[in-house]
Design a protein around this ligand. Structure first.
Ligand code: HXC
Length: 514
C-alpha cells in the first residue's frame, strides 16, 4: 500500500474515533445543553493549537461482555495546546463514550498527560464529565483514580491545576478536582457529590435532586468547593482563559507581565471608605482604584463573601489581593473566610505572586456556632499561611484593625514586608465602645450620669488608641499614607521586592492546622 493510501486510512480511522460514542449519544449530549468533549477543548485553546495523543488507545477489559465493546479513545481525549500562547496540557472526559466512565486505560491516558504536564512544567486542565469508576472494570478503575490523586498531590504547588466540572462528577471522582487549585462549575450542568440522591434516599430516606445536592450554585455558594461559577460553558471558558493570563506556568516562573495601565478615573480612592467605622463600603472599589485598568479578577465571589480574594496587576505584574469586605458581616474573619484566604495565600506563595492585604475588620466572629465549628483551628490557618509565605507581603490598614484580626491580616508581627496605614486607621485590642465598657466599668457604674461618663470614656479611648500613630510610633506600621498615595507605595514596594529572598528552617514540611 502506498503512503498516500495509508495516510487516507489514517484519516478514516481518526474520523471514526473522533465521532466518540456516535451520532445518537452526541445528540443526547447536545440535548442536555452540553458541548462534546472535543468541542470543549477546541473552544478553550488557541485556534489550531490542539495536538491530540493516544487517540487509538483501547481498553483491555474482558468481563461483562466488554470484549465485544469498542470504546472510542476509551472515553477521554488528551493533548496539548496553548491559551493566549501559554502552553497547557489538557484532558476531557467524553460522556458519549460509556458515560465517560473511568477504566484502566482511560485513567492511564489521564495520568500520562498529567506526567507530561509535570515534565514540561506547564498547567494541567481537566474537564470532568463522567459516570465515575467504570463498573465493569472493578478494582482497576479504583486503581486509576488512586494514580490520579497521587499525581494531583505531586503536582500541587509545582504546576497550576485546573478542574472544570461539565457534567456528573460523582463518588470518589470528586477528589481529583478537590485536590486541584481551581474548580470551575457551570449552572445546571455541573453535578458533584460523594453519594448521589439514590443512595441518600435508600440510606436516609431523604429525597433531593442532583441540582440541590451538588449543583453549580451549591458548590459556589454553600460548600466552597468551586472557585468560579458561570452561566454557560462559553462563559466558563472565558474565565479559564482569563485566569491563565494571571498565573505563571510553574512554580519557578513569574506570571507574564502586561503593559501597565492606570486605574480608571471613575474610582476615587479617597471617597470610598466612610469615616464612621461602622459604615459599610465595597472593598472591591478600593482594589479597583489601585490596580491596572481597574481590572480585578475575583475568585470564589459567592462564598465566604466577608473576605475578598483575587488577582489584579500593578505596573503589569500579577498580584494577589486578600481583603476584608465590610459589606458582609462587617468583614469579620470566621471559619469559611479563614479557609478561603489561607488557601489563596498559600497559592500565591507557591507561585511567586506578591500578596497585598487590605485590612478593615472588627476581629474574628464571636459566637457558639463559630467556636463549635472550629474557628480556633480554621482561624489558625491564616496565621500559618501568612507566616509561612516568603513572597512579597504588603499590608494596608484602611480603617479598623482590632484584636486577633489585626494580627492575622498580615501584620508586621507575622513578618509582613511593608505595612502602610491610612490616616483613618484604628489599631486596638478591640473597638472603643467595648474597650471603654470593660476598662472603665467602675467609673461608669459609679458616675452620677453613667451614660454621659461612658460616652466621655469612649471618647478618651478613641483619642488615645483609635488612630494609626500609636502603632506607627512603635514601628509596627512603616508609613501612614494618604489614600491617593496607595498605588504609588504599592508599585514601589512590588518593584523593590522583585528579588526578595527569605530563608526558612530546614524541614520536610510544616504541619499546618488543616
Ligand atoms: C460504566 C457507565 C457508568 C459507570 C454511566 N455508564 N456510568 N458505565 N460505569 N460508572 C454508561 C451507562 O451504562 C450508559 O451506557 C452510558 O454510560 C450513559 O449513561 P446513562 O445512565 O444513560 O446516562 P444518564 O441518564 O445521563 O445518567 C448519568 C449518570 C448515571 C447519572 C452518571 O449513568 C449513573 O448514575 N451512573 C453510575 C454512577 C455511579 O454510581 N458511578 C460509580 C460511582 S463510585 P449505554 O451503553 O447504555 O450508553 C466511584 C468510585 C470511585 O466512582 C472511587 C475513587 C476513589
Amino acid at each position: 500500500m502506498s503512503l498516500k493510501r495509508k495516510t487516507l486510512e489514517l484519516l478514516k480511522r481518526r474520523e471514526q474515533v473522533q465521532m466518540g460514542g456516535g451520532e445518537a449519544a452526541i445528540q443526547k449530549q447536545t440535548a442536555m445543553g452540553k458541548l462534546t468533549a472535543r468541542e470543549r477543548i477546541l473552544s478553550l485553546v488557541d485556534k489550531d493549537s490542539f495536538h491530540e495523543y493516544d487517540l487509538f488507545v483501547e481498553h483491555e477489559a474482558r468481563d461483562f461482555d466488554m470484549d465485544k465493546k469498542i470504546l472510542a479513545g476509551d472515553g477521554v481525549i488528551i493533548g496539548t495546546g496553548t491559551i493566549f500562547g501559554a502552553p497547557i496540557c489538557i484532558y476531557a472526559q467524553d460522556f458519549t463514550v460509556a458515560g465517560g466512565s473511568l477504566g484502566l486505560m482511560h485513567a492511564r491516558k489521564i495520568t500520562k498527560i498529567m506526567d507530561h504536564a509535570m515534565k514540561l512544567q506547564v498547567p494541567i486542565i481537566g474537564i470532568n464529565d463522567s459516570g465515575g469508576a467504570r463498573i465493569q472494570e472493578g478494582v482497576n478503575s479504583l486503581a486509576g483514580y488512586g494514580e490520579i490523586f497521587y499525581r494531583n498531590t505531586m503536582a500541587s504547588g509545582f504546576i497550576p491545576q485546573i478542574s472544570v466540572i461539565l457534567g456528573p462528577c460523582a463518588g470518589g471522582a470528586v477528589y481529583s478536582p478537590a485536590l486541584t487549585d481551581y474548580v470551575f462549575v457551570v449552572d445546571k450542568i455541573s453535578k458533584m457529590f460523594i453519594t448521589g440522591p439514590e443512595v441518600i434516599k435508600s440510606v436516609l430516606g431523604e429525597e433531593i435532586s442532583q441540582e440541590d445536592l451538588g449543583g453549580a450554585r451549591v458548590h459556589s455558594e454553600i460548600t466552597g468547593n468551586a472557585h468560579f461559577f458561570a452561566e454557560s460553558e462559553k462563559e466558563c471558558f472565558e474565565q479559564i482563559k482569563k485566569l491563565i493570563t494571571f498565573i505563571p506556568w510553574n512554580n519557578q516562573r513569574k506570571a507574564r507581565t502586561f503593559k501597565s495601565k492606570e486605574p480608571r478615573k471613575s474610582y476615587k480612592i479617597d471617597e470610598i471608605v466612610p469615616g464612621d467605622p461602622k459604615q459599610p463600603y465595597d472593598v472591591r472599589d478600593v482594589i479597583k482604584s489601585v490596580v491596572d485598568d481597574s481590572d480585578f479578577f475575583e475568585i470564589m465571589e459567592n462564598w465566604a463573601r466577608n473576605v475578598i480574594i483575587g488577582f489584579g496587576r500593578l505596573d503589569g505584574e500579577t498580584v494577589g489581593f486578600v481583603a476584608n469586605q465590610p459589606l458582609v458581616l462587617a468583614g469579620v474573619l470566621d471559619v469559611d473566610s479563614s479557609d478561603k484566604a489561607a488557601r489563596f495565600i498559600r497559592y500565591c506563595d507557591a507561585f511567586n505572586i506578591p500578596i497585598i492585604t487590605l485590612v478593615d475588620l472588627p476581629g474574628y466572629l464571636p459566637g457558639v456556632d463559630q467556636e463549635h465549628a472550629g474557628v480556633i483551628r480554621h482561624g489558625a490557618k491564616m496565621l500559618y499561611a501568612y507566616s509561612e509565605a516568603t513572597v512579597a507581603k504588603i499590608s494596608i490598614i484602611l480603617r479598623k484593625a482590632y484584636g486577633g484580626g489585626y494580627i492575622a491580616m498580615n501584620s508586621r508581627h507575622l513578618h509582613a514586608d511593608f505595612v502602610f496605614a491610612w490616616p483613618g486607621a484604628e489599631i486596638a485590642v478591640m473597638g472603643p465602645e467595648g474597650a471603654a465598657n470593660i476598662i472603665f466599668k467602675k467609673e461608669i457604674s459609679e458616675a452620677e450620669d453613667p451614660e454621659k461618663m461612658r460616652k466621655q470614656k469612649v471618647k478618651e479611648y478613641k483619642e488615645k488608641f483609635a488612630n494609626p500613630y500609636v502603632a506607627a510610633a512603635k514601628g509596627y506600621i512603616d508609613s501612614v499614607i494618604e489614600p491617593e498615595e496607595t498605588r504609588k507605595f504599592l508599585l514601589h514596594a512590588i518593584k523593590l521586592s522583585s528579588d526578595k529572598n527569605e530563608d526558612r528552617p530546614r524541614k520536610k514540611h510544616g504541619i499546618p492546622p488543616f
